[in-house]
Design a binder for this molecule. Structure first.
Ligand code: GTP
Ligand code: MG
Length: 203
């Protein structure tokens, strides 16, 4: 799929303020600094579309980007950001969970996990929450460029082991690097397929 147009639509503090749910939508979720905003920019082919930062906690609202005038990419704040007060952390988490549960045009959520780290408790908790709520998701391991081939394979094996203890079948996943554009075609092909399924053919 070619990305011909990518435009910022709005930032919202609640799912209630989000744009009308008239297009298929795909959200990006994961811990602060995992690379959500960078991945959106990589997919859109525009490094300046979503704001990124090396300091965790950059994205603080629900941000909608309209792609090719016909579907949304949604950038969300990170969860588990340690350096903000607890009441703000709780507020963000509620905003994210409400959005994921209430957004009626949300087709799939990409749950991003930094492949450099061991399976972390808050990633696993979030994954299980998505499962409990029966919300469709796809795991994206990020920052693959930061690891050598062997380390990448052994970390993936550790995740598979962890997942297989809790999930049957294993949740679907892919590997990405926003630096190297790894995973771009795979993610866009998934979205293209889902868009085709959700768009009613013309009579
Ligand atoms: P919050 O908005 O704070 O929740 O973070 P985020 O998940 O949106 O992360 P963001 O895209 O802002 O990226 C965080 C940092 O990681 C930035 O310094 C990025 O340049 C870097 N980064 C993101 N993706 C990659 C990647 O694939 N490879 C490398 N090497 N760095 C990356
Ligand atoms: Mg961000």
């Amino acid at each position: 799929m070619q990305i011909k147009q990518a435009e910022f639509i709005k930032s919202s503090a609640s799912y209630r303020d989000c744009p009308d749910p008239v297009f298929p939508e795909y959200a990006f979720i994961g811990r602060s600094n995992v690379g959500k905003s960078s991945l959106i920019n990589m997919l859109a082919g525009n490094r300046k579309l979503a704001k990124t930062s090396s300091t965790p906690g950059k994205t603080q609202l629900i941000n909608h980007f309209l792609i090719n005038g016909s579907w949304y990419l949604t950038d969300l704040p990170g969860f588990g950001f340690a350096r903000v007060p607890v009441h703000i952390k709780k507020k963000w988490e509620k905003m994210i969970r409400d959005y994921l549960e209430q957004r009626e045009n949300l087709i799939c959520t990409f749950l991003l996990i930094d492949i450099r780290h061991e399976p972390l408790n808050n990633d696993m908790l979030f994954l299980n929450w998505l499962g409990t709520k029966q919300l469709p998701f796809h795991i994206v391991f990020t920052k693959a460029d930061k690891l050598g081939k062997n380390k990448l394979q052994s970390n993936l094996a550790a995740y598979e082991k962890k997942f297989s203890a809790q999930w049957e079948p294993l949740p679907p996943y892919l590997v990405s690097s926003s630096e190297k554009k790894t995973g771009r075609e795979e993610i866009l092909a998934l979205i293209d397929g889902w868009n085709r399924e959700t768009t009613t053919p013309e009579p």
